[in-house]
Design a protein around this ligand. Structure first.
Ligand code: CUA
Length: 180
């Protein structure tokens, strides 16, 4: 029937407009989030040898945790099967904080509840997140990437303290009062 034959291209055109419209809306939302709201996936590309990161350099044990370096708050964490080192970190409220993470074994992930901190930690790379904590108190930081049998027990805490109670020691370090 001729009416059916004409209906087919018309229907196809309609659907391609609908789909094209959806794609345009999603693309616009993605661009808006990236350019106007600065919501981007972590894009730091920095390599590190997972076999030696605990032996020398930035991620040796005395360097882990929170430290103030030239006025900038930097927290270093090693994610490992099945623990965060350290298990508790202190950060000041309302100040820019840089989190730097690395893994000596498998892929882990961190997420800090109620914040925009959410990144994977891939062996061989340093994951870096810039953020500002806006809620006071103790926040949970679980591993968010299945990393083996102990994954569900892999958990750390973030203590967000008022900026005027954030007191670095002589080395610029701030540690949890009672490490958990
Ligand atoms: Cu580490 Cu899951």
């Amino acid at each position: 029937m001729p009416t059916t034959e004409q209906a087919v291209p018309r229907s196809e055109l309609r659907w391609s407009l609908v789909v094209g419209g959806f794609v345009a809306v999603i693309l616009a939302a993605t661009l808006y989030a990236a350019l106007a709201l600065h919501r981007n996936p972590p894009s730091n590309l920095e390599r590190i040898d997972p076999k030696t990161l605990h032996l020398s350099g930035e991620f040796t044990e005395p360097n882990l945790g929170t430290r103030v370096e030239n006025g900038q708050v930097v927290t270093r964490i090693v994610t490992t099967q099945f623990a965060f080192v350290p298990r508790c970190i202190v950060v000041p409220e309302g100040r820019p904080v840089t989190l730097r993470l690395s893994s000596p074994d498998v892929i882990h992930g961190i997420i800090v509840t109620g914040t925009n901190v959410n990144t994977m930690v891939v062996p061989g790379y340093v994951s870096q997140v810039h953020t500002e904590f806006r809620t006071l108190g103790t926040l949970l930081m679980p591993c968010q990437e299945f990393c083996g049998l102990g994954h569900s027990q892999m958990l750390a805490h973030v203590e967000v303290v008022p900026a005027d109670q954030f007191h670095p020691d002589a080395q610029g370090r701030v540690d949890c009062a009672a490490p958990q």
